[in-house]
Structures are given as structure tokens and as C-alpha cells.
Design a protein around this ligand. Structure first.
Ligand code: GLC
Length: 800
């Protein structure tokens, strides 16, 4: 069924697809498909790129970021060998006007359907889980009454290493293409990889893979040379080789290397033919593995099977969690697209169209890994250990690092290290798996220690970095990367880091006590009181009635009503409420200030008003255009936290107002204003101080996906893992009749059905599990591997 249809497309919830009905979307609307190692980005015009393990250190194909032209991709041309007519199976690059065009982005695959010149084509692109390759399955149908003779030509540029290889004239001299003697495969290798070798020498290491491109049909020809394919000064819309209908079989050293295979297909009237293409890369020396895969995939049935396996893989991964609420948009996002975006785009792909990435951010992928908590928490544990191994003995951590090369650094951020205990606590509450705390992982510069010790070193270092007034030092920045000048002289303070610490400390004290470390537990409780006092004494603006955000090295306040720009900041209020630092009247006042000054049509903005001119004392956030990204835009990641505060404050109408303004499905109902994909979260949406107010950008590669998923589930629906059970504390729209959720928790499955006969927005009246009444609103831990039916009634009366 078509849901949330706009002039550009609609959701097909049964197929779990977003269907795009025209190539002319307001921005590239892409899919990021990465089931672990190999990955690709594909736009609705056919644009995008492929990588293995790391999207910018190990890019397989060349791509250049251009969201307006979207003209770099891996393409397939079709040619009618009788008439010479040329088109492409995706709209780019031939840019013919197709008679029909649809792109179906699914979880783990995309299908580009098109009709040109009486030929229908369906191009399915997928990455089979566990395999270092992607499969393009083409199905051609001759809808006319004449037999046709067609040629297909694939086309892309080899990158083979660091991307973008902007200095192509240098890099091409290291690339070599070859053709397998049986003419089944094109190979590509590169003798240089930009990362240091094991002796630490730069520019002295080969690219350690062999890339391959193959087809299920015998090739009529290959092309490895861009000039031979396009023609000098040629045009991607009508390459010389495609116009001629023959490839020159050029390959070898060291041309401007492309990959192209030509296959010929006889297509009688009314018939269909299938052909598949592969693009992959194996470790050098393991070419026989690739040959085996190529032999397997010569059967296009295998390609169809790969597509089925890929789709099953993703469905199985998301299966443990499902919600049904009266808000269809919420269901679509929480059941499918948010976890898919978070896992495929952020955790495994770590890249998108607005940012080609590949590195790990210490705080970023740790937070992202929370998406696995209700799905497969062992993946969260893996991430905790990986990040623990990027900490130093003194407690500080790498701000980011590259997989493959392990190059990284930047330990000056005051919050990075605290995400380790923060996410570890989330993992413990979800799983009760305290054994993780005793697992040992090494430091970057030291011997292995337990995860618990890693967490303690993070907290202790953080607590030791406080100003004379007891507020944490800002140092090189905190969660807000753009505040990179506030504390560089070592005096600036972050009110938010104090609040963040105070969110963590009670749980750390709880765990310490459970481990018999009473002295540590009381020390952390004492630290909580000191920090809370410091925030309430030095971080409260009586004039504004809200919390200030930070103090610069020179004592300038940030987020104070006396400031010209940035008078009030979202995080400072929200985390004061989340941490319990703000209580009673102060919490009320801070929350009212958020609603009044920050909650606008784009969703809650990071602060207001936006900086109108750069401020050297604060940092690069003031240099962005006003209302854009961290400069007073809706930064979706932080906007999700505002709904936690709304839930704590019991303000369900504001919580859901914010939700509907943040939910991409709803934003997508004004597609020409919003522009971004309606099925994934954008990193930012322009705020009121921008002339592009409500325009979304930086989709896919944003930490907001996991958080929107988590906040929706745990704070809006209010089903929240706690130390002693699963808390049921909904904050829902009062008009809802109820909702249901299926979710695993500590070794059992809970089928939760919530009824709302009195139409309230919160408050559990009665809970029944497996026919037995439960006092309070904490579902017990049963851990018996079974399914348990839970019936909950909200409200005050006994109506059903
Ligand atoms: C970017 C960074 C993230 C940071 C956020 C806010 O998304 O990746 O680490 O917290 O910006 O500045």
C-alpha cells in the first residue's frame, strides 16, 4: 500500500521499501547498503560509489561529491545494436527521458526500474552479507513486437585506495588492469596505497587487494582505458565506445583506469533475459576466492538468490523489535528505517552522500551502537571493547581513528571519554551482563585492563579536569565540536559536561556498590553533588531563568540572555533535566524557556539566535552560515534529547509536537522545502535564522538515527530498560487508544499491549503479565527464553 505519498515517491510498508517515482528528486535520495564490510551508496539517478572496510581509505570506485549534479556513479548503458540508440538503465548518465522510472530503495538492496525504447529494465543492486562484492542483476524485457539485439556496457572509474584521488594524473600511474585469459573477468590492482607500511614509511605500500569486475554472460569486450571509452573530450551521456558499439580491450599500465564490460543480448519479442555483473575486491593472493565467486555468480539465479539472502539478512537483524502505534510514520521509522540507517549507514558503512567517511568517531559509533541494544546487544559489547582499545592509560581517548591504518588522535575533547561509561551503562541495563565489566582490553599505550577500569579511568580523568569553581573544563570542545575555541587556554568551562557527568555518575556509583567498591561509590555520589552545586551556582542565569551553556577562557558567557547571539542553548536545559540537576521550579523554568525560545517549526534548534558573525573566542560553529548545522540549526542528534526532557517533564504534547517536526516522514510532506530523503534522518535542518528554513541536509551519516530510535522507544513509548526490570512509563498523545511493542529483554520476549481507555498521556493503571497482576510499572526479569504477554492499561479508571 502507498503510504505518505508525495510527488516524488511513497513508502511501501509491506515491502519495507521507499519507492521513488522520478529521477528528479530535490536532492540525491540514496540508499547506503553495507552489511558489514563491503558497501555502496546508490542514488535514484544511479550515482554513488563502492568501498571495502573504509569508504575513504579503501574506495573501489571513484566518486566526487556534488549533490547538484550527482554525476559520478557506476553505470550500465544499453544500446540497440540495429538502430544505434543509446540509453542508460539509470537516468544518469545518458539522461534520456524514460517512459517509466521507479527506484525502490529497500533494506539491503535497491532496484532501478526503467523503460526506454520499448525495453523495460530492472537493475537490482545488492551486497550479499559476508561477501566482498556487490551484485548487479539486470532483467531486460522486450515489450514490443519486434525481436531486438542489444548491447550492455558497464562503466565506472577505478579508485583502489584513498578517495578522492584528486591528483589522478599521479595516481593512475600506479594502477594496472588486466583481463583473465578466459575473458571472464577484468582485474584491477594498484601498486601504491597512501597509508604507511609496517615500517612506518609513507608512500611505500601496495594496495593490498585485487579488484574484479565480471559478468554472467561471455564478454564481447572489455575496456580499461577512460580515453578509449569516452573519446578525448567525450561525454558520459554518449561515450564514443558505446556509440561505436565495440570496446577496444585496452588494459594494462597505466591508463586513466576504468572498468567496462560489453555483453550482447538477443531479446526476442515478448521475452525477458537476465544478466548479472559483479564488482568486488579480494585480498591480494586470494584471487582464486574471487574466481570461485565469479563462477558461482555466472548463474544469474545465484544473483537473484543473493538478493533474497541480503534482504533476509536485514529482516532477521531487525526482527527482534517491532512496534505498532496509531502513528504510521513512527512505526515505519522505528521498525525499519532508523535501525537500518543506524546500522548500515553509521555503524558499518560509516559514510553517506553528504560525507564520505569510514573512520570511527569515539563518541559517534559508541552512541550509534546503542541501536543494537534491543536487537543484538552483543554488537554493542563489541563496540564498547573496540572503543576501550582506543583509550590511553591516563583515561583520555582518540577523538577518532581509521580502521585499516589505525591512524587517529585528537584527545582534547572534554566529553569523548565519558561516552564509554555512558554506553556501557546502557548495555548493562539492557542485558544485565555484568561479566562484560571484567573483560580485559588493552589501552592504546598500555597493558589490558577490565572494561570497568577503562570506565573508571574515563570518569576519574574527567573529574580531575575541573576549574576552581568546580565546573568541568571545556578544553578543545565538548559534544558540540564547533565550540573548539572556548577552552583552548585551559580555563573555559562546559556546563553541559557537568550535566553529562551527572547523568552518568549515579549509575556508576550503583555499579561500584554492586561490585563492593563502596568507597568509590560514595566518591562518585559526592562528585555528583559538587557538580550539581557548581552548575546551579555558576551555570544558572537568574535573568533568563535558564542554564548557560559554557564559559570562555576569558570569562565570556555563552548561552546567557546578555549575549548578542546564542542567548539560550538546548543541551544546557535538556541535560540539566535529564541529569536531575534541575529540579522543581528551575526545571520548569528551563523547560518553558526551551519551548518558548527554541521549539520552532524545524524542530528544536541547538540555540538561538544563530551567530551572525564569527566569534574567535567560541570557534567554528559561529562561522557557519546563520541557522545552518551547529549554528542555530536543528541539529537532529541533539533535538532527539529534547524529547527525553519533555517526557521527564511530563509534557507529552510538546514531546509529540517535536517528534512530528523531526520525523523525516512528516518533513517529507513538504519535499520541495525539506528536500532531503523522507526515510532517513538528516544531521541538520536549517533553523529560522537561515533563508533555507526547514531545509534538511547531511542525511544518512548522522548520529541522530540511533537516538531517534532509542528516544522514540524508551521515552515516548516509555519502554525502558532499568537496573531491575523493564520500565513502562509512556508519554504518548492522549488521543491514542494504545500501542503495542514486541521486544527482547534479558533473555525473554515481551509482547506488550498498552490500552488507553481514558485517553491520558501517561500513568500506568494496571499491568498484567501472563495473566498475573504486577504491582508498580516495572516488568520483572524472567530470562526464560519464552514469550510473555503483557497487558497494560493506562489511566485512572478501570475501564477497558
Ligand atoms: C558531528 C560529530 C559529533 C558531534 C556533533 C556535534 O556530528 O560527528 O561527534 O558530537 O557533530 O558537534
Amino acid at each position: 500500500m502507498r503510504r505518505f505519498e508525495s510527488k516524488y515517491g511513497y513508502f511501501d510498508e509491506t515491502a519495507r521499501e521507499y519507492v521513488i517515482t522520478t529521477p528528479h528528486t530535490p536532492r540525491p535520495w540514496v540508499n547506503v547498503i553495507c552489511p558489514g564490510d563491503w558497501g555502496l551508496v546508490l542514488s535514484q539517478t544511479g550515482g554513488g560509489y563502492s568501498w571495502r572496510t573504509h569508504a575513504s581509505l579503501n574506495a573501489i570506485t571513484r566518486w566526487s561529491q556534488d549533490i547538484v549534479r550527482d554525476n559520478w556513479g557506476k553505470y550500465i548503458y544499453a544500446r540497440d545494436d540495429n538502430s544505434g540508440e543509446i540509453w542508460s538503465l539509470s537516468w544518469m548518465p545518458a539522461r534520456r527521458k524514460p517512459d517509466r522510472y521507479r527506484v525502490r530503495h529497500g533494506i539491503g538492496y535497491s532496484v532501478i526500474e526503467s523503460e526506454n525504447s520499448g525495453i523495460s529494465s530492472e537493475l537490482t543492486v545488492t551486497v550479499p552479507p559476508g561477501e566482498p562484492l556487490e551484485v548487479w542483476l539486470v532483467e531486460l524485457s522486450n515489450d514490443g513486437s519486434e525481436d531486438r539485439e542489444l548491447s550492455l556496457f558497464t562503466y565506472f572509474e577505478w579508485c583502489l585506495g584513498a578517495s578522492p584521488d584528486w591528483h589522478r594524473e599521479f595516481h593512475r600511474t600506479f594502477i594496472e588492469t588486466s583481463i583473465e585469459p578466459d575473458a571472464s573477468t577484468m582485474w584491477a590492482r594498484k601498486r601504491l596505497w597512501e597509508i604507511p607500511n609496517d615500517r612506518g614509511e609513507a608512500w611505500n605500500r601496495p594496495w593490498e587487494y585485487s579488484a574484479f569486475h565480471a559478468s554472467s554472460l561471455d564478454a564481447a569486450g572489455f575496456e580499461g582505458d577512460k580515453e578509449a571509452f569516452l573519446g578525448m573530450y567525450g561525454d558520459l551521456a554518449r561515450p564514443a565506445a558505446v556509440a561505436r558499439g565495440v570496446l577496444s580491450n585496452s588494459h594494462g599500465k597505466w591508463t586513466d583506469a576504468i572498468g567496462s564490460i560489453h555483453v550482447k543480448i538477443k531479446l526476442p519479442a515478448g521475452e525477458k533475459r537476465r544478466v548479472s555483473f559483479l564488482l568486488g575486491a579480494v585480498e591480494a593472493g586470494r584471487e582464486d576466492d574471487a574466481r570461485a565467486q565469479i563462477a558461482q555468480y555466472r548463474d544469474p539465479g545465484e544473483a537473484a538468490d543473493a538478493m533474497r539472502r541480503a534482504s533476509e539478512f536485514w529482516c532477521d537483524l531487525l526482527k527482534p523489535y517491532e512496534v505498532r502505534t496509531p502513528d504510521e510514520a513512527f512505526n515505519i521509522m522505528n521498525n525499519t528505517w532508523l535501525p537500518y540507517q543506524a546500522i548500515s549507514g553509521r555503524m558499518w558503512g560509516r559514510t553517506g552522500y553528504y560525507q564520505a567517511g569510514g573512520a570511527y568517531g569515539f563518541r559517534d559509533q559508541l552512541q550509534d551502537s546503542q541501536v543494537f541494544l534491543p536487537l543484538d546487544p552483543s554488537e554493542t559489547a563489541k563496540q564498547i571493547k573496540l572503543h576501550g582499545a582506543h583509550q590511553y592509560v591516563d583515561g583520555h581517548v582518540d577523538h577518532w581513528w581509521h580502521p585499516i591504518s589505525e591512524i587517529g588522535g585528537g584527545g582534547l575533547y572534554s566529553d569523548d571519554l565519558l561516552w564509554l561509561p555512558f554506553v556501557t551503562i546502557g548495555y548493562l541495563k539492557e542485558t544485565g551482563d555484568y561479566a562484560l565489566l571484567d573483560e580485559e582490553v588493552p589501552y592504546r599505550d598500555g597493558e589490558p585492563e577490565s572494561i570497568w577500569q577503562h570506565c573508571i579511568r574515563a570518569i576519574d580523568l574527567s573529574l580531575s579536569r575541573r576549574s576552581e569553581r568546580g565546573l568541568p573544563l571545556m578544553l578543545g570542545g565538548d559534544w558540540n565540536d564547533g565550540m573548539n575555541a572556548v577552552g583552548t587556554e585551559g580555563r573555559g568551562e562546559s556546563v553541559w559536561v557537568a550535566e553529562f557527568l551527572c547523568t552518568i555518575l549515579p549509575d556508576i556509583a550503583h555499579v561500584a556498590r554492586r561490585r563492593g567498591e563502596e568507597e568509590a561509590a560514595s566518591r562518585y555520589e559526592q562528585a555528583w553533588r559538587e557538580l550539581a552545586d557548581a552548575v546551579n551556582s555558576h551555570g544558572w542565569s537568574a535573568e533568563g531563568g535558564w542554564y548557560i551553556r559554557a564559559i570562555c577562557d576569558d570569562g565570556t558567557l555563552i548561552g546567557d540572555p546578555g549575549c548578542k547571539y546564542g542567548k539560550i542553548f538546548l543541551n544546557a536545559q535538556v541535560w540539566a533535566i535529564m541529569s536531575g540537576i534541575a529540579t522543581g521550579k528551575r526545571a520548569e523554568s528551563a523547560w518553558r524557556a526551551v519551548v518558548k525560545h527554541l521549539s520552532v517549526d524545524s524542530g528544536p534548534v541547538l540555540f538561538a539566535p544563530a551567530y551572525g558573525e564569527p566569534d574567535e573566542r567560541i570557534g567554528y560553529l559561529t562561522r557557519y552560515a546563520p541557522g545552518v548545522r551547529e549554528n542555530g540549526g536543528r541539529y537532529t542528534h541533539a533535538a532527539t534529547w529534547a524529547m527525553i526532557a519533555a517526557a521527564i517533564m511530563g509534557d507529552s504534547s510538546e514531546a509529540w509536537q517535536m517528534y512530528s517536526r523531526i520525523c523525516p516522514v512528516r518533513c517529507g510532506s513538504s519535499p520541495d522545502v525539506y528536500k532531503a530523503e523522507p526515510y532517513v534522518t538528516p544531521g541538520n535542518v536549517a533553523g529560522p535564522d537561515s533563508d533555507r528554513y526547514c531545509e534538511g541536509g547531511w542525511t544518512w551519516y548522522t548520529g541522530s538515527a540511533t537516538w531517534l530510535f532509542r528516544v522514540g522507544s524508551e521515552w515516548l513509548l516509555g519502554v525502558r530498560p532499568e537496573w531491575d526490570g523493564l520500565r513502562i512509563d509512556p508519554c504518548i498523545p492522549a488521543h491514542w487508544d494504545g500501542f503495542s511493542m514486541r521486544r527482547n529483554f534479558r533473555g525473554a520476549t515481551y509482547e506488550i499491549h498498552v490500552k488507553n481507555p481514558d485517553h491520558v498521556s501517561s500513568g500506568v493503571f494496571r499491568m498484567i503479565m501472563d495473566g498475573r497482576k504486577i504491582d508498580g510499572c516495572l516488568l520483572p526479569i524472567v530470562g526464560d527464553g519464552r514469550v510473555h504477554r503483557v497487558e497494560i492499561t493506562l489511566g485512572k479508571s478501570n475501564k477497558d
